[in-house]
Design a binder for this molecule. Sequence first.
Ligand SMILES: *Cc1c(COP(=O)(O)O)cnc(C)c1O
Length: 362
Amino acid sequence: MLIPFLDLKRLNATYDDGIRAGIDRVLASGWYILGAEVDAFEREFAAYCGVRHCIGVADGLDALALILRAMGIGPGDEVLVPSNTFIATWLAVSSVGAQPVPVEPRPGTHNLDPDRLEAAITPRTRAIMPVHLYGQPCEMDAINAVAARHGLRVIEDAAQAHGARYQGRRAGGLGTAAGFSFYPGKNLGALGDGGAVTTNDDELAARVRLLRNYGSTVKYKHEVKGVNSRLDEMQAAVLRAKLPGLDADNVARAQAAAWYGEALAGLDLVLPEVAPGAEPVWHLYVVRSKRREALQAALSAAGIGHLVHYPIACHQQGAYADTQWPALPIAEQFQHEVLSLPIAPYLSREDVQRVVDVIRSA
Ligand SMILES: *Cc1c(COP(=O)(O)O)cnc(C)c1O
C-alpha cells in the first residue's frame, strides 16, 4: 500500500532504543505487576496532564468504568454521552448498570453540543461524559457550567486526546476525572492494552486505586469487591519511553492536519472545525462527504488507507437493540458521511498532497 492508514511499526521505530531499554529494565528487575515502572509512569503522566493523580489500569474502557464505580454511579442512574462516539463510552456506562443517555454533537466539531445538554437532564442524571473525539477537546467551559448548575460530575473520555489542550489546560484535568486508553493506535500507544485514570480528586483517586487491584491496598486484605485491572510493568516501561516524544508527535500531526486543511479547501467536503480555545491533537483527520463511497473507491484504487469512525451509531448497534432510542438524526447522518484520512506524525507534505490529489480527481 502506498500510504497505509496508520503504520504502527514505522511510528514505534522512532522509539526503538527507548522501548528496548525499558523492556530490558523490566526483564532484569524480575518484577512485572505494579512496580517501579508503573509508579514512575503514573507520576510522569500526571505531571504531563497537570493533575495530582494518575492511576494505571488495564485499558480505556476499564478506566471509564472504574471512575463510574468509584463515584458510586450504577443502576437507576443516567449518564449523558455523545450520540456519535466509539462504543466504549456507552459500554462503560452500561457496565456499571447505569443508563447512557445520548446527546447530539455540534456538526462542525463533531463534539458534544453543550446547548443540548440541559434538555437531556432528568432527576436521575448523575454525570456527563464528554468525549474529545478525534483528538479535539470539547467545549469544557460550557459543559462544566451546565454540570455545576445541576450538581453533575464530569468524566472526560480522553482516549483520543493525549496532550490536547483547552484554554491552555490539558485533557485529563478538564473535568472531575478522565479516562485514557493506551491502545497501540492512540496518540500515546503501548505495545498492547493499557489505560489510565487522571483526577485532582484525592478521594476518587484512592478509590480507583483500591478498585483496580482486587479492592486491596495491603496484600490479602480486601476492603471492597474490586476487580483486576492493572497497567503492567512492561507497558508502563514502553509508555515511559514514548511520553517524552508525545508533544513533538502531536505537533507533527497538527502540521499534517494544517496541510490537509489548506489543500482540501474549496472542495465539496466538510472539513473539521476547531472550537474556540481548543488545541486538538488530531488523533484522526475526519472529513464529511455526501459522496463518500466514490472517495473510498478512489483512495483504495490509489493504494491509500482510509477508515470510517464510526460506521454504525451506538444506538443502532445490536448491543443496544434492547432499548427504544429517540431519533438521533445527526449521528445517523454522520455514520454515512464521515471519512478518516491517513494521519500520523511521520506523514510528509508529499504524502498529504498525494492523498489530496486523489480526492480532488475523484
Ligand atoms: C479507544 C477508545 C476507548 C477505549 O479504549 P480501550 O483501551 O480500547 O478500552 C474509549 N473511548 C474512546 C473514544 C476510544 O477511542
